[in-house]
Ligand binder design. Structure first.
Ligand SMILES: *Cc1c(COP(=O)(O)O)cnc(C)c1O
Length: 393
């Protein structure tokens, strides 16, 4: 069944916070200061299920609860199955440890030459610049360290990390992540980015951030100016459901795009949130309208207490099959599993090729029709006779 919206095309507005001056609402520091961070605050606005209450009580030991007022407005408070609600309100499943789950499921700590830097792939590094986010995703890959609920004691050593990158000429790509890099002040970000730009062999800087989604107010003209000045800088945002594509997010993406920041999106396949081909189709179409190219669709990492979000990989493949060919190629993300223990991202694709021999490739198209592409080139007619030369006069 096609996904239909229950809101106007691009939801915007102050929702529950009508009484707040618009100047406060649009101020990202106001949004941060007024985050919902406790059960008591949540219960002022909505009735929690018993399952959510249990999850909230446990959150302090696992991953803090925090939701910006802006993002809270996107929750349907009367629907316990709201796909936005599930992403940010803890549930009792978080307390359940299941097989294969680990605190550091991607083995990042073992691939860290200096604190806060992960060097897993030959030519690029992941630079974790903070352990804080504007709001916390309940399925966070780095819940071991973000929000400091687990006493991880995260202390990024910027100078040490910068020196490592300077000393490693093979590093041509630096990915700033965390936590959310855009929570740093403009001044700190500018310092980091300008230092990276000054390293001759660093060709490519990118930022992974969910701030445009949780706190679009942070994408100020001043911030965009920094990106413009030190670009090219690429950005991956993190949108999981079409309801997150609001007028505010669209405006933030446009400010970034007009500052020359190419935008990609990384979604995580989540049970009850976006494990549906029609929901995913609506999401990727909205992303393209916001100038965002769907980049990755992640199979969820095996973090502790994440099993209630887990989706069968066959479902993920079915979703990709439902997109490829049926809609714009730009709209189709690459589905990947980040190999447990630190093997890196591995693509998982629907199978289109039936057989490859020395003679031919046999495959099916998106509609299931079978085709053959010959690999051996055999002449089918005698070569053309040489053209008679016309003697020069
Ligand atoms: C995901 C990731 C990257 C970036 O991978 P791309 O496929 O280039 O986007 C780099 N380093 C680490 C450790 C990662 O997890």
């Amino acid at each position: 069944m096609p996904y239909t919206e229950d809101r106007s095309a691009w939801f915007e507005g102050q929702g529950l916070w009508q009484h707040i001056p618009a100047s406060d609402w649009r101020d990202w520091t106001w949004q941060l200061k007024n985050r919902i961070t406790s059960v008591a605050q949540l219960e002022q606005f909505m009735t929690l299920t018993a399952d959510e209450k249990a999850g909230c009580d446990f959150a302090g030991q696992k991953l803090s609860l925090a939701i910006t007022p802006y993002f809270f407005n996107l929750i349907d408070r009367h629907d316990p199955n709201c796909p936005i609600r599930k992403q940010v309100i803890p549930r009792s499943g978080e307390m359940q440890l299941s097989t294969g789950e680990e605190l550091d499921s991607l083995g990042e700590d073992g691939h860290s030459p200096v604190p806060g830097l992960v060097h897993r792939y030959p030519d690029r590094v992941l630079f974790l610049v903070t352990d804080r986010c504007a709001a916390y995703c309940r399925y966070c890959t780095r819940s071991r360290l973000v929000s400091n609920a687990q006493d991880y004691n995260f202390h990024p050593e910027y100078e040490q990390a910068l020196r490592y990158i300077e000393d490693h000429p093979e590093v041509r790509d630096v990915l700033l992540s965390g936590g959310d890099p855009l929570l740093l002040s403009d001044k700190k970000l500018e310092h980091l980015i300008s230092r990276l730009r000054a390293i001759k062999h660093v060709e490519f800087i990118r930022i992974g951030s969910r701030i445009p989604v949780f706190l679009p107010q942070r994408i100020t003209p001043a911030l965009c100016e920094i990106f413009e000045q030190y670009g090219p800088i690429w950005m991956s945002i993190h949108v999981n459901h079409p309801k997150e594509c609001t007028a505010e997010l669209k405006d933030a993406c446009e400010r970034l795009a007009f500052a020359g920041v190419p935008l990609g999106n990384q979604s995580v396949l989540l049970a009850g949130v976006n494990d549906d081909a029609d929901v995913m189709a609506a999401l990727v179409h909205r992303l393209l309208r916001m100038r965002v190219r769907p980049y990755y669709l992640y199979q969820m990492d095996l973090i502790t207490g994440g099993a209630h979000f887990k989706v069968d990989v066959r479902k993920g493949i079915e979703i990709i099959r439902a997109l490829r060919g049926h809609t714009t190629g730009y709209a189709v993300p690459q589905y990947v599993i980040d190999a447990p223990g630190g093997g890196g991202k591995v693509p998982v694709n629907p199978e289109y090729v039936e057989k490859i021999t020395d003679d031919e490739v046999v495959f099916r198209n998106y509609e299931g029709e079978r085709f053959v592409y010959p690999l051996k080139s055999v002449p089918v007619v005698a070569p053309a006779a040489p053209v008679e030369k016309i003697p020069a006069r």
